[in-house]
Each structure stands twice: as structure tokens, then as C-alpha cells.
Design a protein around this ligand. Sequence first.
Ligand code: BEZ
Ligand code: FE
Length: 288
Amino acid sequence: MRNVTPDNITEVFTGYFGPDTDPRFAEIMGALARHLHAFTKEVGLTHDEWRAGLKAMEWAGQITTPERNEFVLMSDVLGLSSLVDMINSHPGATSSSVLGPFHVSDAPPMALGADLRADFPGEVVLVQGHVRDLNGKPIPHAQLDIWQTAPNGLYSSQDPDQDIMSFHGLMTTDEDGYYAFTTVRPVEYTVPTDGPVGQILDAAGRHPWRPSHLHFIIKAPGFRDLVTEVFPADDPYLDQDTVFGVREDLVMHYAPQPAGSFPEGFALSGKVDDAWSRVDFDFKLVAR
Ligand code: BEZ
Ligand code: FE
């Protein structure tokens, strides 16, 4: 087509697909082109604005490493990651929520009732619950990959003073689908702002904060993997997570417990003299 116009460019684009193009690829690329072209016309994109967008992508590429992916972060702050999570969530199952960049592979196995907080000070929090199917039946031997920030607001991969496996652990549910571990409260933190994402947030007058949360990846044979996070109800950023990860069913409560009442059967039993908190949270997985 030699007479390309603003009105026909989307049809011309899809007309260039070869006959063997995968139909799903054609559907996605066709819709992407349609929306991109409509967006460009709607805002009357100027050359300077188009160049600024490309520069942001170029900068994102330059600072992206295996440990820090600026494209994922851009997807997060634009709401794209959470939208993909939400449209792929299953009704009745625990909602999925952003993975984020701070997961570490091959976390060390933890026994049921183990302590995740190593030597960090702070009030002890006992987190416990069950992993169940959609009918409420417990799922034994489900694997929970758990991680969180240290009380200094940093994940292990951001903090040279922490062991890389600090606040990371793998737990397996017992025959009743039960899991339990002790830790200290994770804290709210900011996403990295020293790249193009920081500039986008700044230009939009947005803050970079995430509410505090515990991360989980839960896997069990015959069930869909669940990547999620749980957030305390009293966190000041609960209603303004900069990556849109909070869902109503992912909100938990710290239930205060008096000094001297810490139960038997946990790694810290007999070692907790002060007041502590308890979090009860159940996960529901959907069958594959
Ligand atoms: C996180 O929860 O670890 C996270 C998620 C998205 C962007 C940055 C951090
Ligand atoms: Fe996080």
C-alpha cells in the first residue's frame, strides 16, 4: 500500500501479516496497533513527545539487569501487571498480586513453625493458616515460597548487610494443609525512583510507596501456581499502592497477643517473653 493515511494505517499494518502468522499473535499485535494508533491520534502526539517516550524506553533498557528490571517496574506502575493479574484470576481463589523484582530463587527450606526473622529485632508475628482448594478441602504438601522486607525497608538483594537468603524461606504444608512461621512486621517501602519510572511518577505527581506486605508463591501438584501478597489492614498506603497490588481478599490483620502467651510447637516457643501478634490467613488455590 503506497497511499498510507492516518485513517487506514491500522488496516495496512494488519494487512502486512503473512498467511502463516499465528492467529493469537495476529490478534494481539492487531489490537496493539489499533490502540496505539488511536492513542497517537487522540493525543495528537508530537515528535518531541514521541522521542521522549522512546528515550524513556532506551534508558529503561540501559539500567535493566537480571536483578533490576525497569520494564517490569514500568508495567507495575502503569497498572499493566495488576490488570494481567486480575483478568487471569479465578473467582473464589485467592487473588494473585505482583511478583515484584525481589524474589530470590532457591530459598532455603524451613520447617513448619520456623522463624524467618533471623537476628532482626522487633515484635514477633506468628503467621499461620491453611492452603485449601475451592471447596475448602486442605491441600497437604503445598509449597509456600515466602519473602518480605527486613525492618529497615530493604529486601536482601538491595542490602549488602543482609545475607541474600535473609527473610526468604520455603515451607511445606502438613497433612492438614497447615503452614506457620514467625517473623517481624515487613514495612512499607518505595519502588526504585532513580530511572525513567521515577520520572514518570514525578511528572504525574505520584508517590512511589507500596504498603507493607508478605510475598507468597504457592505451588501444589494439580493446582495453578499462586503468586500473591498479603497486606495489613492498618497500613497507611493500603489504599494507594503505587503498583495497584492490593485486593480486598488480600488484607490481613495483626491480632495483638499478651506477653507470656506465645504457644508451644514453634521454633521460638519458650523464647518470646514480650507481647506478640498473630496473623491468620488462608489461601485458596484453583485446580489446573
Ligand atoms: C515488590 O513488592 O517487591 C515490588 C513490586 C513491584 C515493584 C517493586 C517492588
Ligand atoms: Fe514487595
